[in-house]
Design a protein around this ligand. Structure first.
Ligand code: GLC
Ligand code: GLC
Length: 806
């Protein structure tokens, strides 16, 4: 069952009912000012950091679970309704929500009135615009009253939801004309405030929530709206909001348009006030002036559309499959932008108050983002590397506002350092810009500790070499990619963090997964050395890779598949000898990608075992059989009920590893089959089972042993976004950046037919046609055959015609 449809020409998903199984959301904003917006206009806005600069309030665990956000009411006689259905909740005559690239448009109709609400964040400015267009489609004159409303968050979202003894006394506002300024804490240490305005004279306003709503009322039924009044309140403490009241008369066929703007500004510390206690409004007025007419808003909306057209033109596929085209050309890349911006901080599942930017998460997000805005990718790599410690290990997370490592969680996740090698190598393959390796980059943000980025990568590699266990395999530390495989934790009490409790960095527990990573990324590092550094170093790293490869073949192979790990007692994890958790997906994907045991056919066997044990209707499960009891020596993984999360769900992030691995052993059918199973557009028809958005990946889909098999959770912020795009665009469709230029080497099943890809790469435009012709193989570049699969980089600005015969 579907709850909408894809409109590919407009790059939108069109939701046709507010009653989706869960709120289906979108993100507004590309750089700095962000909004989450659901298909009933719920959500919240923040500036840079969803914890420290939360602008509007949102209640997780609320009922309904996405009430709030952008609240617009239209009062038409005795009937009050919202263009986005909520908050009024009045049945609409028609409803539509279009989630597009950085914008969402609602169209609601009721009793002959048509209301269109367009929400977006204009490029380069810290504000959200809500354009409300109201048309009278009836044959009578309409006397309408519009109410807007947003609820302010008192900046720090954690304090806002905790510290009521303080909060309920600190709220402060100013109201000037149609603009409501939220200035809580500005009189003391803050140098920023927010405002909510509309480009029309208002008939009234409210900033005191209790006066607006009335006693014991909720957002669907404010007393002021019932009475057709406004309190004209300026709140002091309690619950500050911003609501406008606008009265209008519309003749039949007449239309009126309003622009609401929610803005954030920072003020120089020495110019905070225009007079005692009165905030300096100059920066707000400048921002308001930029978007206070329909024409200005239309121009900004057009600029946003052009921005996305340009970005999505960098990799464009034309194939016979609509589903594949829309994922590759639109939604994969869009989700990669969102994960780049958010890491795992703010979604409808991540509160924005816990994890900031994850080290491994952000490094992997970059893998799918590199081609879109390489300058931002470069800056991000430096930010990430700056939280690395001198010994090569790293903080696990950092706060986006301060860019400092998060001491609560610390380090000790032994896969982390290698992801830095992965994303830096990918950046250079994309851009050819090896100067990044020379960039002076501090350790742990300590001034004076700067070393070229290359030295950071070297220490990442050495960290693994210097931290091996009894079998010569890498020590796992607190956890590797699988945060829940906590082999050094031994927690017996509820509430202890599996990630930080216990001896945590024991000298015995080893990870076969990190071994696979080391072989893959050690070789990528060696290539960097060879191209941009020293041949000797390349040789010595390859030698270290050889040792771990050998150790993995000897001690990391279980007979039919790769082992997952050795625990703190040196017992096998993920072995046929185990009763539960016999086989794990991660090493099958990574060790096969790394080519470990290739000559012995390990990859083929491992992937056959994956098919036998782990593949289900919606993807590949993370392990089987699921743990049914708690294993203190394994940690959080065994804490989840069978079939959920890391205990046997399809943890979608690692599905592309299996798919890429299949391309490495040349199994095109399996590669595409695995890609397709968990791909959201391919699951659209079972949205009532899948439940999350059909246009983006969710972190997990419950596995066969779960009570709710097939149900997805944690949509949007997942490493799957980047890896799925890498998988389909580079490994399967085969258009892959290398240090020496673009390589074209497809691994596609015949069912996909011929296709073409346009790719902008290092300043040139490649038109690539992939075609099957009996008896022909290889590449032609501008008509001439070339050896191998790599196209030598032409002068920037070239047009390159490539035909690839398969
Ligand atoms: C979450 C984390 C990620 C981790 C994964 C597996 O998605 O953000 O860092 O690798 O879970 O545990
Ligand atoms: C929990 C989640 C896991 C996530 C981790 C982050 O363990 O199950 O997916 O990676 O928290 O710390």
């Amino acid at each position: 069952m579907k709850y909408g449809y894809f409109d590919d020409d407009r790059r939108e998903y069109v939701i046709t009912t507010p009653a989706t199984p869960l709120p289906w959301i979108n993100y507004l904003g590309n750089d700095g000012f962000y909004g989450l917006i659901s298909n009933t206009a719920g959500g919240y806005d923040f500036y840079r950091d969803a914890k420290l600069r939360r602008i509007t309030r949102f209640r997780y665990n609320n009922v309904p679970n996405d009430i709030g956000g952008r609240m617009y009411y239209i009062k038409d006689g005795g009937c009050t309704w919202s263009p986005s259905f909520l908050p009024a909740g009045t049945e609409l005559d028609s409803y539509e929500c279009r989630h597009g690239m950085g914008y969402t448009v609602f169209t609601g109709k009721k009793n002959g009135v048509n209301a269109k609400l367009t929400a977006f964040v204009p490029l380069g400015d810290a504000c959200e615009l809500n354009r409300l267009e109201i048309t009278n489609d009836s044959s009578e004159t309409k006397e309408l009253t519009i109410y807007s409303c947003i609820e302010w968050c008192l900046w720090n979202a954690v304090d806002d939801a905790n510290n009521y003894q303080r909060n309920l006394s600190i709220g402060e506002l100013e109201v000037v004309g149609s603009t409501i300024y939220h200035k809580t804490e500005f009189r003391e240490r803050r140098d920023h405030y927010a405002f909510f305005t509309v480009n029309a004279d208002v008939n009234g306003f409210d900033t005191d929530r209790d006066v607006f709503l009335g006693a014991r009322r909720a957002w669907d039924d404010p007393i002021q709206i019932e009475n057709g009044t406004s309190g004209n309140t300026v709140a002091s403490g309690w619950y500050p909001i911003a609501s406008h009241q606008l009265k209008l008369t519309l003749a039949p066929g007449e239309k009126k348009s309003y622009v609401f703007q929610l803005g954030y500004v920072e003020v120089p510390r020495d110019r905070k006030f225009e007079s005692k206690g009165v905030i300096n409004k100059a920066p707000a007025l400048a921002l308001i002036g930029k978007y206070n007419t329909d024409a200005r808003v239309e121009a900004a909306f057009k600029a946003l559309a052009e921005y996305w057209s340009d970005l999505l033109g960098i990799y464009h596929l034309e194939s016979g499959s609509d589903k594949l085209n829309r994922m590759v050309n639109i939604w994969h890349q869009y989700q990669c932008m969102v994960t780049f911006n958010m890491s795992r901080s703010a979604s409808y599942w991540e509160t924005g108050t816990g994890r900031g930017m994850g080290f491994r998460d952000s490094c992997q997000d970059l893998l799918g983002f590199m081609h879109l805005v390489p300058d931002r990718a470069r800056a991000r790599i430096i930010d990430i590397a700056s939280i690395q410690f001198e010994n090569g290990s790293t903080y696990h997370q950092y706060q986006p506002l301060t860019k400092r490592g998060n001491a609560d969680i610390g380090g000790g996740f032994n896969d982390d350092p290698l992801w830095l090698v992965a994303c830096t190598a990918a950046y250079i393959r994309e851009t050819g810009d090896a100067t990044i390796l020379e960039h002076p980059t501090p350790f742990n943000n300590v001034e004076g500790s700067e070393k070229p980025l290359m030295e950071h990568l070297r220490r990442s590699i050495n960290f693994i070499v210097n931290n091996k266990g009894p079998h010569g395999l890498p020590l796992i530390g607190r956890a590797d990619w699988n945060d829940c495989l906590n082999l050094n934790c031994f927690s017996e009490e509820p509430g202890e963090s599996f990630q930080t409790f216990g001896p945590s960095e024991g000298p015995v527990a080893e990870s076969v997964f990190i071994a696979g990573m080391f072989v893959k990324y050690g070789l990528e590092y060696a290539d960097l050395c060879e191209h941009f550094g020293s041949k000797d170093e390349a040789d010595s790293v390859r030698n270290e890779v050889g040792k771990i490869k050998k150790a993995t073949e000897e001690y990391g192979w279980d007979g039919e598949w790769f082992l997952r790990a050795y625990d703190a007692y040196s017992h096998k994890v993920g072995s046929n000898e185990c009763e539960e958790g016999k086989i794990f997906i991660e090493p099958q994907g990574f060790c096969t990608m790394a080519g470990i045991g290739q000559e012995k056919g390990y990859g083929r066997k491992a992937l056959d075992s994956v098919k036998k044990w782990l593949v289900n209707d919606y993807g590949v499960e993370i392990l089987a059989p699921c743990y049914t009891t708690y294993h203190v020596e394994l940690g959080e993984i065994s804490s989840y009920p069978p079939g959920y999360k890391e205990n046997g769900a399809i943890f979608t992030h690692n599905n592309p590893w299996v798919s890429v691995a299949a391309t490495v052993i040349g199994d095109a059918e399996m590669a595409f089959d695995i890609y397709r199973r968990s791909c959201p557009a391919f699951l659209e028809d079972v949205s009532e089972i899948h439940r999350t958005e059909p246009y983006v990946y969710s972190q997990m889909i419950a596995g066969r042993e779960a009570v709710h098999y097939g149900e997805a959770k944690n949509s949007f912020l997942t490493g799957t976004a980047a890896w799925a795009f890498v998988d389909i665009s580079q490994a399967i469709l085969g258009v892959q950046p290398t240090l020496d230029g673009l390589s074209v080497k497809p691994c596609v099943p015949a069912e996909l037919g011929d296709y073409s890809v346009t790719r902008r790469y290092r300043g040139s435009l490649y038109n690539i046609r992939v075609t099957r012709e009996a008896g022909r193989s290889g590449l032609t570049v501008n008509g001439a055959p070339v050896e191998g699969s790599v196209i030598p980089v032409p002068a920037a600005g070239s047009r390159v015609d490539v035909v690839c015969y398969i």
